[in-house]
Design a protein around this ligand. Sequence first.
Ligand code: 4NP
Length: 157
Amino acid sequence: MPVSVLFVCLGNICRSPLAEAAFRAEAARRDLDVVVDSAGTGDWHVGHPPDPRARAVAVRNGVDIRHLRARQVAAADFDRFDHIVALDARNLADLRRMEPPGARARLSLLLDHVPGREGAAVADPYYGDDRHFDAAWGDVAAGARGLADRIAAESGG
Ligand code: 4NP
């Protein structure tokens, strides 16, 4: 059975599509069987492709996110996914408010999976420039490695 992971940020056009792509690439490198998606807590960008600056930083790091389209997180996601991973503390608080009782998904913050960075946010690069998107990529790539370590350990690999 694949392990399913949903990454959640605010708009689903910058950080969570990058996290989705970084984690999918990391899982492929390790031959981990995963199902990966991303969503936003907000609805402003539903149906939109990722921000051009996010598409550019993805290309600089060897992944293509052009095909992704933003969607809003839904109550059903809490039963569809094993892990729902928030990009910052506000996203996590919003998810905790939505969480149905007895939900299947385990909630966490992406950087909780990076030793020494527990509790830290992937800073929102939306109002920033390419340097902020490069920093966001560094964070999501580190988080993807840490989360892949945890999932591999839990599945006995
Ligand atoms: P994201 O970035 O949450 O990383 O996708 C943002 C995208 C859009 C907005 C804020 C953050 N916005 O306010 O529209």
